[in-house]
Design a protein around this ligand. Structure first.
Ligand code: C2E
Ligand code: CA
Ligand code: CA
Ligand code: CA
Length: 282
């Protein structure tokens, strides 16, 4: 069948129907999965390319399905975003990160900001700020250590609301990153109204860097985004950096942070703790 609304035309295929049915199944299994600790938070380290030092991480959910193989977030996050189930996961992730910060502080480990994905659904909740502050304050975590990653919006009315919510988060001292930058609908004008700390340049641009191609559009776009971010006083991060050449190019163009397989894949929290411990020991 074909469903249309103002901004999109979706054609539902049998594959999508199957995904929908599976997502309903995952939703039913979620409470038990959390109870059995089949859901785990992984951290993907972020680095400063100028000196290759650790600067923080992004928290990403991993579901060890029925205790076995990892079920990729792409099979459940989009569906859970559509029906709001994602709130349960996002709060679970934030709680875990805060619990860890408390532990690390007691252990005397260095504390670097960790970003948590904030779904569209969460942002539309009127009680969002209370829910987030409740969790973070329960563990006595400094708000500036939590960085919320948000994505762009297609809808202008939505954007005005989004800006309002972001200002409230900023007032509470949280950091804000614009995720997947360049793939959505943000205009320059809207960007300047958003209280952003970091722009995350989407992997689709980074993939085209240092491929040897002349007049490379991805490289030109990346340069423009980096320049624009600098003019707006916003830090820049490149996502999905996999090669030394990409890293070098981004470093030369003044990109502040790098996240990608070149430095590290997402790793279990214990692996990240090992990195922190190494820094303590010098
Ligand atoms: P994202 O927020 O854009 O996260 C980055 C994704 O890129 C992650 O995929 C990460 O593993 C992957 N990645 C990082 N560096 C590289 C690289 O160098 N090469 C390649 N090929 N991939 C790289 P992941 O963990 O599978 O997550 C996919 C998406 O699912 C995320 O995209 C995010 O939108 C969503 N997601 C994951 N965890 C959560 C969560 O806890 N809450 C919410 N709301 N969404 C989540
Ligand atoms: Ca993200
Ligand atoms: Ca991203
Ligand atoms: Ca993404």
């Amino acid at each position: 069948c074909i469903k249309t609304n103002v901004n999109e035309i979706k054609i539902y295929t049998s594959e999508m129907k199957r995904e929908y049915v599976m997502a309903q199944q995952y939703k039913l299994e979620l409470p038990d999965a959390i109870e059995n600790e089949d859901l785990m938070v992984y951290l993907q380290p972020k680095y400063n390319p100028q000196n290759d030092t650790l600067t923080g991480a992004e928290a990403l959910i991993r579901w060890f399905y029925k205790g076995g193989d990892i079920l990729s977030p792409k099979y459940f996050v989009p569906q859970f975003e559509a029906d709001g189930t994602i709130d349960i996961i996002d709060r679970y992730v934030l709680r875990k990160v805060c619990k860890k910060f408390k532990e690390w502080k007691e252990l005397g480990y260095p504390l670097y900001p960790i970003s948590c994905n904030l779904s569209r659904h969460q942002i539309s909740r009127p009680d969002l700020i209370y829910i987030l502050c409740d969790i973070v304050d329960e563990y006595g975590v400094d708000h500036s250590l939590i960085d919320f990653e948000i994505t762009e919006s297609a809808d202008f009315a939505d954007v005005q609301y989004l800006i309002e919510v972001l200002n409230q988060l900023k007032d509470k001292g949280f950091k804000i990153s614009m995720d997947d930058f360049g793939t959505g609908y943000s205009s320059m004008a809207l960007l300047k109204d958003m209280p952003l700390d970091i722009i995350k340049i989407d992997k689709s641009f980074i993939d085209g860097i240092a491929t040897g191609e002349l007049n490379n559009k991805d490289m030109l776009m990346t340069q423009d985004i980096l320049t624009m971010a600098r003019h707006l006083g916003i830090k820049s991060l490149a996502e999905g950096v996999e090669t030394f050449e990409q890293k070098e190019y981004l470093r030369e163009w003044g990109c502040h942070y790098i996240q990608g397989y070149y430095y590290s894949k997402p790793i279990p929290i214990s692996g990240y703790e090992y990195l922190l411990k190494k820094i303590v020991l010098g």
